[in-house]
Every structure is written in C-alpha cells, then in structure tokens.
Design a protein. Structure first.
Length: 117
C-alpha cells in the first residue's frame, strides 16, 4: 500500500522559511514526477512545483524564486524549501507522486503551513 507522509509544516512569520518533506513508502514501481500542491481556505487546490526523475523542475509563478523543490530518488522522498514566505502562502500543502507506467497519481494527507503577517 502506497503511503505518502508529509512533515515540516507549521507557523512562521512573513519573511521566514520552512522546509517540507514527503516520504513515500510501499513503492514497488518507478516514480516519474514528484510535486507539491497547496490548498488555501475556500480555494481550489493549486499546483506549486514539480520535479521529474531526472531533476528538471517547474514552479508556479506565485512561488518561483522563493521555493525550491528537490528529491532523493533512493529514498523516494521529495522536499520543498520555502523561503521569503508570505501570508498568501498559507495553505495545506500536499505532496504528489506520479507512477511512470500509467501516470497514476498518489497523494499525501497534507501538512498545514501558516504564515503570519
């Protein structure tokens, strides 16, 4: 059974930093992309960043230049370093992995990030 467990969320002041981690277990397949999404109160879930197996990264405009995504393929873990946080970054952050074979997506349970002004 595939499980994704996020950690590293919390409360931080504007301008501060947090590092999110997501460890995937029960993986018996090749993982293609790994990514982070977020959902603010009253809003739809939105994509934040993605990293491919080869290390290519893409970011939403709203986080570009402030967030950095990375992954450890050997440990099936993805990270999100978040710097210069803003109150509008407040959301539940979800990690996502995509199976290479058929692009099936798996999700974590989410971790809360709250940025105070």
């Amino acid at each position: 059974q595939v499980q994704l467990v996020e950690s590293g969320g919390g409360l931080v002041q504007a301008g501060g930093s947090l590092r999110l981690s997501c460890a995937a277990s029960g993986i018996s397949f090749s993982i293609n992309a790994m990514g982070w999404y977020r959902q603010a109160p009253g809003k739809q879930r939105e994509w934040a960043a993605t990293i491919t197996r080869s290390g290519n990264t893409n970011y939403a405009d709203s986080v570009k230049g402030r967030f950095t995504i990375s992954r450890d393929n050997a440990k099936n873990t993805v990270f999100l370093q978040m710097n210069s946080l803003k109150p509008e970054d407040t959301a539940v952050y979800y990690c996502n992995i995509q199976r290479s074979l058929d692009r099936t997506n798996y999700w974590g349970q989410g971790t809360q990030v709250t940025v105070s002004s």
